[in-house]
Design a protein around this ligand. Structure first.
Ligand code: AMP
Ligand code: MG
Length: 353
């Protein structure tokens, strides 16, 4: 059995601090830069099961980074599924009793329930026991039988979660996991914290999930590499202003058994790894939590349903790489997207409204 933990060690997105171009993006804009190059400060920590690096520019950067680190650690301690002191752990071991949670957790739970509706059930935070059965939580991988999966699916279903202000109640036997949305929301909250502390230019990298504050310190756009789901390297570069870019792919965590690959993004209907013909999805938008929830659920939904959801929305853009290696991008990022030199072979199709 082969495992892959590049999720931990290999950041999916590389930032190229290169020449600034004045390009309008879907979620932020740059004016050609004339700000003097500012002090750069960076902090890297291991949190939320990944490497998090926050880079901030300007006079206030150093102090702001101390606060940003505290914020990340405090969010991790609330949302960890394994930390016995976390709010999620308390919910998962409440045996059907109600639990009080922080404002941030209540907000994220409420948002997750909303995303379940918006994605027609593809986004489902109640799959933790099913993920455990596959070994994705312990790395003791196995393929559960259909009967076992059917039994586990009897205890899932976010419609059974009762949320009233900051009080949450989940039925005994149900366990929730915010792994598909927590890093995105952490990006939002850290960006907010940096701004509160006087930072106007910053880049937050949560294991490849990118969230920016403002533009580059010289006023130009950030250049974000989009990782190829088929191997090392970036297949494309995206120019963004103040924005989030979040990618999900089967390559992030998987195992191979009897020649078949099983990955960590599950179809809530079957309890099995989603096989929708997508290799990776990147979602671009102003809200990190939305991009994160969508990147996971669009992977489950597949190209056609993802395109339909995009056509009926105005708050995100996307880049989809199919299992065949075709690339689809939505029209809102057409001018900001370019294939990397080494990856100029594949055809790029633009999805239009
Ligand atoms: P991401 O890397 O954001 O795509 O999140 C993947 C993680 O979300 C997995 O490791 C699981 O913890 C969880 N997950 C898997 N399938 C789903 C799903 N259909 N809806 C919500 N969360 C999921
Ligand atoms: Mg996600």
């Amino acid at each position: 059995m082969k495992t892959n933990h590049s999720f931990y060690i290999d950041l999916a997105v590389y930032i190229l601090l290169a020449v600034a171009l004045a390009v309008q993006t879907s979620c932020g804009k740059s004016s050609e830069g004339d700000k003097a190059s500012a002090d750069k400060n960076s902090k890297s920590i291991f949190a939320m099961n990944t490497y998090v690096t926050v880079t901030a520019y300007g006079d206030n950067a150093e102090n702001a980074l101390i606060s940003a680190e505290d914020k990340i650690k405090s969010l991790e301690s609330m949302w960890s599924v394994t930390d016995e002191n976390s709010e999620i752990y308390a919910i998962n071991h409440s045996e059907g009793q109600s639990a009080e949670v922080s404002a941030e957790t209540a907000e994220l739970l409420d948002f997750s329930l909303e995303m379940h509706e918006r994605t027609d059930g593809a986004f489902d935070i109640s799959l933790y026991p099913v993920l455990t059965a596959w070994g994705f939580t312990t790395e003791e991988y196995r393929v559960p039988g259909d009967e076992e999966l059917a039994q586990l699916l009897g205890n899932t279903g976010v419609e059974k979660i009762l949320l009233n202000d900051r009080t949450v109640q989940v039925p005994a036997g149900m366990q929730i996991d915010l792994g598909a949305v927590g890093k995105g929301y952490a990006g939002d909250l850290v960006a907010e914290d940096l701004k509160k502390n006087g930072v106007e230019s910053a880049l937050i990298d949560l294991g490849g999930n990118i969230q920016t504050v403002g533009t580059k310190p010289d006023g130009g756009n950030w250049k974000v590499g989009i990782r190829s789901p088929f191997g090392e390297g970036n297949f494309a570069v995206l120019e963004i202003g103040e924005c989030a870019v979040v990618t999900s792919g089967g390559y992030e965590r998987y195992f191979v058994q009897d020649g078949k690959t099983y990955w960590h993004i599950l179809d809530p209907e079957t309890g099995k790894p989603a096989e929708s013909g997508i290799a990776s999805v990147s979602v671009i938008g102003s809200e990190g939590r939305l991009c994160d929830a969508l990147s996971t659920s669009l992977f489950v939904m597949g190209l056609d349903k993802a395109a339909e959801l995009w056509k009926n929305s105005d708050d995100f853009e996307m880049i989809i790489v199919t299992s065949e290696g075709e690339i689809y991008i939505t029209e809102g990022i057409e001018d900001d997207f370019s294939l990397s030199e080494n990856f100029s072979e594949p055809k790029v199709s633009v999805i239009r409204r």
